[in-house]
Design a protein around this ligand. Structure first.
Ligand code: AMP
Ligand code: ZN
Length: 661
């Protein structure tokens, strides 16, 4: 067999194994063998780049880097769903639509409402061509490269699929995968992700698709669209399943309100033991003809409705309260609970937020408390069960001293949190500040995790972030688990971080209340650290989004000589404390009239208008046939959108606009 033939054979085999695994539930080969074949394919493909196939099974490993996702307009709008919360509301919905339909409706499909990120995929001649996020419903981002890495998304279909169609589904991150991911993040000193849903949608927007490939995402498909000749929703999804799409087996075809309620109750009970999160079920009118009669409201189809479950609650014993110290010294009380099963995970701890919250809940140690899981990873305590009260004498006395360094705690006027006042010496604060500095969103220093930092701190090698830049190879080599290679990596990472822009350094300093966005704002307005240190409160307050709390926190920070010294040291080490000039001028937009509409992520509308003028363009006030293009942000008004569409005026996204420059 020639290499070329082998490539084709491998591709076909791997597609087949995937189909067998995901659709037929048959394990034809082991994971190991599968990986071997995949590796063989990758090696051959590397030798024969001319045989490139955008839907080769090797695409699952990812590898492409996408800086800006292209905005794509959906052929058919991606709607929301109306919600119901009780059997009565569901009954009302049924009556309403039967009235519009003019006849009883006797066939429905019931599906689980997966809590993830919705996606619209286009298949042409049985190959995945495009995968686009829901976005604002009418336009989303092209995330095809990332979606191709999801194991159960078919890249090639089999059977009697139509030549062209769209299919919609929900991309989810199963609970086990979510927890594994967070464990890794915590070990690396990074903030854990909040919930599987946000993590799933964040995973689709990663720039490096091989990073997406490492996340155990899955896609469940729930609707076909396009000009297709099926008489029922059930039939179309059964077909889709036969072509290779994972249409969940939980989908059922039912007829009466009683049956619908029974489905809702059954899944309400099983919900907690599912390996992924659902937030309800979706009920859809089965007949496509009836769907057409019912049509849509402005927001959602009339022929479908979701039934949402209430957040799940359990009661368990409050054993004790412990206190965590953050990098800014903020103290967070944490309830230690008798471990209990809740929404598929075992809960042992719940946040109590602050002293006021404890007081408000009026808790005693030994109480049985109601715990609820909302969107957060750490569950919340909602109250106690009066029938199972702990000893009333067991009042929770809020600590007065830092659990780490024993310094007295302080509460700033108007803030709910207590703080450890020992900024300069509290080990947890000091280590936390360095961990924050090296984190992904700040200096993004590779090769240095949370444990390494703790080790360096306890060895007396670093006390603050400036010390990182003093580290020498000879100091590190004798340390445990520091092979030459990891030392080199660590030092290279630190050296490379000197190239990070000012706003990242500023955010990295970890000044209380100066988050990513505020740091960017400050860097942009004041241009340099020198300026920022010198300006008065009034000038600071004049900046958008900068309030009293931030100003006060900045003043406190710059008042401390050790902070000023540290900044001086870091300047000497070559870190940037000056923003790069962002004003660029050109004639790119010469002779063009551009209308700016909507809300933008990176710059304000006025800044964008300025950029247009700086680059030779004119800013138009309303859309007309003279408009060259509309710079369209989020939530641009529908009437403007219609107008632009009518006149055939292109709508350019914020990212595409920056690219034009
Ligand atoms: P909502 O965002 O609450 O208005 O609900 C609409 C969203 O539910 C859709 O955009 C889908 O992402 C999601 N969804 C999850 N499961 C299903 C399903 N089985 N059928 C339809 N939509 C679903
Ligand atoms: Zn302390």
């Amino acid at each position: 067999m020639t290499a070329v033939e082998r490539i084709h054979q491998l591709r076909e085999q791997l597609h087949r194994y995937n189909y067998a695994y995901y659709i037929e539930d048959k394990h034809l080969i082991s994971d190991f063998e599968f990986d071997q074949l995949l590796k063989e394919l990758q090696a051959l493909e590397a030798q024969y780049p001319e045989l490139y196939d955008p839907n080769s099974p090797s695409m699952r490993v990812g590898g492409s880097i996408i800086k800006n996702f292209q905005t794509v307009t959906h052929a058919e709008r991606m709607y929301s769903l109306d919600n119901t919360y009780s059997p009565e509301e569901l009954g009302d919905w049924l009556k309403r639509i039967e009235k519009i339909n003019g006849a009883p409706i006797t066939s429905f499909t019931c599906e689980l409402k997966f809590d993830g990120a919705s996606i619209n995929m286009t298949y042409v001649n049985g190959e995945l061509q495009k995968a686009v996020t829901r976005g604002d419903g009418s336009q989303g981002d092209d995330v095809t490269a990332n979606v191709k890495t999801i194991q159960n998304v078919p890249l090639k279909l089999s059977g009697d699929f139509p030549p062209e169609f769209d299919i919609r589904g929900e991309i989810i991150l199963p609970l086990a995968g979510f927890e594994a991911l967070n464990k890794k993040r915590l070990a690396a000193g990074e903030e854990p992700y909040r919930n599987p849903r946000n993590t799933a949608s964040g995973s689709l927007k990663l720039q490096d698709s091989s990073e997406t490939a490492r996340r155990p995402l899955e896609c469940f498909f729930y609707a076909l669209s396009g000009d297709l000749n099926y008489t029922t929703h059930w039939e179309s999804l059964s077909k889709a399943r036969s072509w290779g799409f994972t249409v969940p087996k939980s989908m059922e075809q039912l007829s009466t309100l009683e049956e619908l309620l029974d489905y809702i109750n059954r899944w309400g009970e099983q919900r907690a033991s599912l390996p992924f999160e659902i937030d309800g079920v979706v009920i859809k009118v089965n007949s496509i003809e009836e769907q057409e009669t019912l049509g849509f409201t402005a927001k959602s189809p009339r022929w479908a409705i979701s039934y949402k479950y209430k957040a799940e609650q359990v009661s368990t014993r409050l054993n004790s309260v412990s206190y965590q110290v953050g990098r800014t010294g903020a103290i967070t009380p944490v309830a230690n609970l008798e471990p209990v099963q809740l929404s598929g995970t075992i809960v042992k701890r719940a946040s109590l937020h602050n002293a006021d919250q404890i007081e408000k809940l009026n808790l005693r140690l030994g109480d049985y408390v109601y715990v609820e899981k909302g969107g957060e990873i750490i569950p919340k305590i909602m109250g106690f069960d009066p029938a199972r009260r702990g000893d009333l004498a067991n009042v929770i006395h809020y600590i007065t001293n830092c659990p780490d360094c024993d310094a007295p705690l302080q509460r700033i006027e108007g803030e709910a949190q207590h703080y450890c006042t020992n900024d300069a010496f509290c080990p947890t604060q000091l280590i936390g500040k360095i961990q924050h500095f090296v984190g992904r969103k700040a200096m993004d220093i590779d090769g240095i995790g949370a444990e390494t930092i703790a080790l360096l701190f306890h060895q007396g090698l670093v006390r603050n972030i400036a010390d990182l830049y003093r580290l020498q190879k000879e100091q590190l080599l004798p340390l445990e688990r520091m092979a030459e290679k990891s030392v080199d990596n660590l030092l290279a990472g630190i050296a490379a971080s000197k190239a990070q822009p000012f706003h990242k350094v500023l955010f990295g300093l970890g000044i209380r209340h100066v988050g990513e966005t505020v740091a960017k704002r400050l860097a942009q307005y004041f241009g340099s650290m020198d300026q920022l240190i010198q300006v008065n409160a009034e000038a600071l307050l004049a900046v958008d989004d900068i309030g009293e709390k931030i100003v006060e926190s900045l003043q406190v920070y710059f008042m401390l000589p050790e902070n000023v010294q540290m900044i001086e040291d870091m300047t000497a080490f070559g870190l940037s404390f000056e923003a790069e000039k962002t004003i660029q001028s050109s004639t790119v937009f010469e002779g063009q009239i551009i209308v700016v509409s909507g809300v933008f992520a990176q710059k304000s509308r006025n800044e964008l208008k300025q950029m247009i003028e700086d680059n030779g363009g004119k800013v138009g006030s309303s859309i007309s046939s003279k408009t060259t293009f509309v710079l369209a942000g989020e939530s641009m008004g529908p009437s403007k959108k219609d107008k632009a569409n009518q006149l055939g005026i292109p709508m350019i996204s914020e990212t595409a606009f920056y690219e034009m420059l």
